[in-house]
Design a protein around this ligand. Structure first.
Ligand code: ADP
Ligand code: NI
Length: 225
């Protein structure tokens, strides 16, 4: 199969699988990541074939929805790609991207090993911050029956992936435990630049949220932005 045809077929496959998903990991998330990845990948001179397959397949079987199984994504991607006669080295590169894309906690280093992986990770992270990031965080929190905010539960710094995975706290904590930290963890110059405005917007939102919540009282120290 020609490269373009495989990218289109993969997009179609993923659209079928993810349409209407309600936790912020729907097809439109994948589509935005795909588009961001092309923009960043072009500016960074990455291999756009690998970048596009990685972006389209990055959440195909996310551990968050597969009982923490980190191999589910690479497995599902391999089944799909090999059924279309994709060369093994391409499958390997794409699987490596899927394994390395996710955030795993404040104290866990997650720098992808390839340029293409860094492009996909930055594209995915752009969609986790800004106005869309705010909406996705609360959509995910609702999906998991989480409180929006609980002033008595301070955010935590997760030293391990296990601690991060087990976390069940209120959605506002996710801003301190991941979303505000992403700004310094973009690994391409293009991604970092695109992140700036979204980061500031998200900080303004949280400040306003806490101001409305606490009124004349002080905001708990752990939540001061
Ligand atoms: P990653 O692979 O880095 O986790 P994803 O594309 O799978 O990235 O999506 C992560 C998004 O899911 C977060 O940016 C956020 O919107 C949502 N999410 C994940 N965990 C939480 C949480 N504990 N509270 C709120 N939102 C969450
Ligand atoms: Ni994603």
């Amino acid at each position: 199969m020609k490269q373009d045809a495989l990218v289109q077929a993969t997009a179609h496959h993923v659209e079928q699988l993810f349409s209407g998903e309600g936790s912020g990991h729907d097809w439109f998330h994948i589509k935005r990541v795909w588009q961001n990845a092309i923009t960043i990948g072009q500016a960074e001179n990455a291999d756009l074939f690998i970048v596009q397959l990685g972006a389209l397949l990055h959440d195909i079987a996310d551990w968050k929805f597969h009982n923490g199984d980190e191999e589910a994504g690479p497995r599902a991607a391999t089944v799909w790609l090999s059924s279309h006669g994709t060369p093994t080295p391409v499958i390997k590169q794409v699987c490596q991207i899927i394994k390395e894309v996710s955030y795993k906690g404040a104290g866990v280093a997650t720098n992808p090993s390839s340029l293409e992986g860094r492009v996909v990770q930055d594209a995915d992270r752009l969609d986790a911050i800004g106005a869309i990031g705010i909406a996705r965080a609360f959509a995910y929190g609702g999906f998991k029956n989480r409180e929006m905010y609980n002033p008595t539960q301070p955010p935590e710094v997760h030293a391990t992936f296990e601690a991060y995975q087990k976390n069940q706290s209120a959605t506002l904590n996710h801003f301190y435990e991941k979303l505000f930290l992403l700004k310094d963890r973009f690994t391409t110059a293009t991604g970092r630049q695109l992140a700036e405005q979204r980061h500031v917007y998200m900080q303004e939102f949280v400040k306003e949220f806490l101001q409305e919540w606490h009124g004349a009282e002080d905001v708990p120290v752990a939540f001061v932005v």
